[in-house]
Design a protein around this ligand. Structure first.
Ligand code: ZN
Length: 361
């Protein structure tokens, strides 16, 4: 089939005459004049823009429902892939099912502290040897990313602070990073607060997850090192909305303040050239799988981040960070044909990806 649209978002070459995409066997096989020349049956999508389906780089499929239900919600929302970053060690690692969307890039249980500030989404470990063994175990269990829990959770009582600032040592972090990199995997670290993020960068971590309470120097360092940053604003906004009434007014006010600070830092990170990565923390309190990715997008747009940056963070950049750049995140020969058609250019308005007019998968 050859799709004919008004424009392509997420293709190397743009322009009206290029807005033709040949699809064979579930893959994009040619673009533009080459696609037209193949003589395949044509499907006209007049006035629409073709775009790759977005990805969510930070979810917890075991939270907020069953893995099957959460994958189904992600599929319905049109996500091409999700990165699952940590779960209770007693549970099984979620995986991709053949022929189904979304693809799952999973870490298995995180690697975390045994003592204060330990996370229930991580295995409790102590000492570099433990971390090395756990990283090797994840690799052999089929993990596609290694997740470290380097700091505790945000302190809702004291905005600007993290409960248990740094909970694993640099030696532990460095050892796990080495084993992950030896196996060709990236390392994503749950890390907030200056000292922890600085240590994570020094240890060669590839993705900073959350990264609350960073200053300009650290954002500059992240930009210079080319480290990804998934700032997860949606979960803080969701906690602040507090749909189940867990908090008092003062706590909700503090949460709004944390969200306001993070929004400003995301905008600053964009200006400094930090590789922003769209991750929602879906499964966290009040954040449904699938729709959470669009809540994260909307929060960045509210923060003043350019629509094109948001689009890139959810498509081509996310695909690179998830190790899926050869098949997702863009419209190119060899890509999976998981395409959406939107009423306008999603690089100008990425929220259009939430309400595609046509969907090819
Ligand atoms: Zn998370």
């Amino acid at each position: 089939m050859c799709l004919l649209a008004q424009g392509l978002a997420g293709a190397d070459r743009q322009g009206r005459d290029e807005a033709a995409v040949l699809i064979q066997g579930g893959r994009v096989t040619a673009l533009g004049s080459e696609a037209l020349a193949a003589g395949a049956p044509r499907r006209e999508l007049p006035g629409l823009w073709l775009a790759p389906a977005p990805l969510d780089a930070h979810v917890h499929l075991h939270l907020g429902g069953t893995v099957a239900d959460n994958l189904e919600a992600s599929r319905k929302a049109g996500l091409a892939a999700v990165r699952d970053l940590g779960h209770d060690p007693k549970l099984d690692m979620p995986g991709s099912k053949a022929g189904q969307t979304p693809l799952v890039v999973a870490s298995g249980p995180g690697l975390g502290a045994a003592g204060e500030g330990s996370s229930w989404l991580a295995e409790k470990l102590s000492g570099p040897r433990d971390f090395a063994d756990a990283a090797i175990q994840r690799v052999s269990a089929g993990a596609k990313v290694i997740k470290l829990f380097a700091s505790g959770l945000l302190d809702f009582e004291r905005p600007g602070q993290v409960q248990h600032p740094m909970v694993i040592s640099q030696d532990e972090m460095r050892t796990a990073v080495k084993k992950a990199h030896d196996a060709g995997l990236l390392v994503a670290a749950h890390a907030s607060g200056q000292a922890t993020v600085q240590a994570a960068l020094a240890c060669g971590v590839d993705c900073i997850e959350h990264g609350f309470f960073l200053d300009r120097d650290l954002l500059e360092a992240m930009a210079k090192l080319g480290v990804y940053w998934s700032p997860t604003l949606a979960p803080v906004l969701s906690h602040a909305r507090d749909p189940e009434g867990r908090y008092d007014d003062a706590t909700r006010q503090r949460l709004r303040e944390i969200a306001r600070q993070q929004a400003a830092q995301i905008k600053r990170g964009e200006e400094l050239g930090v590789k922003l990565l769209l991750g929602s923390d879906a499964g966290a309190y009040g954040l449904d799988h699938g729709s959470a990715a669009f809540e994260e997008m909307a929060a960045w747009l509210d923060a003043g981040v350019a629509p094109g940056t948001v689009f890139q963070a959810a498509t081509s950049r996310a695909a690179r960070a998830l190790g899926l750049a050869q098949e997702l995140g863009g419209i190119f020969s060899g890509a999976r044909a998981w395409l959406l058609a939107t009423a306008g250019d999603p690089r100008q308005n990425p929220m259009l990806l939430q309400k595609p007019v046509w969907r090819g998968f």
